[in-house]
Design a protein around this ligand. Structure first.
Ligand code: ASP
Length: 330
């Protein structure tokens, strides 16, 4: 911990490395946050910032005109799927949406490798969400075109972690020196798995607040420990709310429970209310990957620190940046 020396941050967070850095992503898969360095994040956020300016100025433009994205979703999605569609269309490209796999050949028993080898005949990039850990890595093994992991079961959700970090940076103006508190279902929540790993690139302290049966997996705690990240576990929010810069709330992942009684015993364990926000710092952010199913009361939505709706918008710009990068146009 004390020995941890984070890599030196460049003076300007945006576009410090020129074209070479962008070229590194051309044709590449995005499978895990472990593949990113701080310089990569500087670059991605710089491109995302440019995307934001372009969307605000002109809405849609032709950077990826003629390119096609296949959006292959084996699990439900509102935000990830529609933000990738919006990102591609705002860049002038088009989308093959396959979100009802039960109407595709998957329902006939087609394997994931065959499905991706089919889609890459028609598309230039494939976004995949799948219930199994490692599914996107398997797809990438077989595909010639870039694969973007949009959530693999309880594994990772790397594009969400990138947009989460972009949100924190945009809202608080820094990433080093923060205390991040993750709350809720830390066992099954893939967004917190990716975010915790990505935060190892920065000087942060992480608190985990969860019911006992939903604690952060030991494997991840161990990984972060190896990187020297200070971490602490709690079963209530009270001891840490006052020292938190980022409160990242998650949904209890009902669909991942083998035993529904276990789910019943923890659902509704934490609810963020205005009274709880009264104990939080004046300058902090309250985030949630969404959907929320009662973990943040709607009365909190008007609180300026509630960033979860803005978080979705930041996600559009980050996904535009990623598509432009893997297709060689950033
Ligand atoms: N939308 C996020 C995910 O796909 C969070 C959630 O579902 O709770 O992982």
């Amino acid at each position: 911990m004390a020995n941890y020396q984070p890599p030196q941050r460049k003076k300007s967070p945006y576009l410090p490395l020129g074209d070479q850095q962008g070229a590194r992503f051309y044709g590449k898969d995005i499978l895990s946050v472990k593949q990113f360095s701080r310089d990569d994040l500087d670059y991605i956020f710089g491109v995302a910032e440019e995307m934001r300016e372009m969307v605000e100025r002109i809405g849609t433009f032709d950077l990826l005109k003629g390119k096609i994205l296949a959006n292959l979703f084996y699990e439900p999605s509102t935000r990830t799927s529609s933000s990738f569609t919006s990102a591609m269309e705002r860049l002038g490209g088009s989308v093959i949406p396959i979100s009802e796999v039960r109407y595709s050949s998957v329902a006939k028993g087609e394997s994931l490798p065959d499905t991706v080898r089919t889609l890459e005949c028609y598309a230039d990039v494939i976004v995949i969400r799948h219930p199994e850990v490692g599914a996107s890595a398997l797809a990438a093994k077989y595909a010639r075109k870039p694969i973007i992991n949009a959530g693999d079961g309880v594994g990772e959700h790397p594009t969400q972690a990138l947009l989460d970090l972009f949100t924190i940076y945009s809202e608080l103006g820094r990433l080093d020196g923060l205390t991040v508190t993750m709350l809720g279902d830390l066992k099954y929540g893939r967004t917190v798995h990716s975010l915790a790993r990505l935060l190892t690139l920065f000087r942060v302290k992480i608190n985990y607040v969860s019911p006992d049966i939903l604690r952060m997996p030991q494997e991840i705690i161990h990984e972060l420990k190896e990187q020297g990240v200070p971490q602490e576990e709690f079963d209530t929010l009270d001891p840490v709310i006052g020292q938190t810069d980022v409160l990242y709330v998650t949904r209890v992942q009902k669909e991942r429970f083998e035993n529904q009684d276990d789910y019943e015993s923890v659902k509704g364990a934490f609810v963020i209310t205005p009274e709880i926000m009264d104990k939080a710092r004046e300058k902090m952010v309250l985030m949630h990957p969404l959907p929320r199913v009662g973990e943040i009361s709607m009365e909190v939505d008007e609180d300026p620190r509630a960033a979860y709706f803005r978080q979705m918008e930041y996600g559009l710009y980050v996904r535009m940046a990623l598509l432009a990068m893997v297709l060689g146009k950033a």
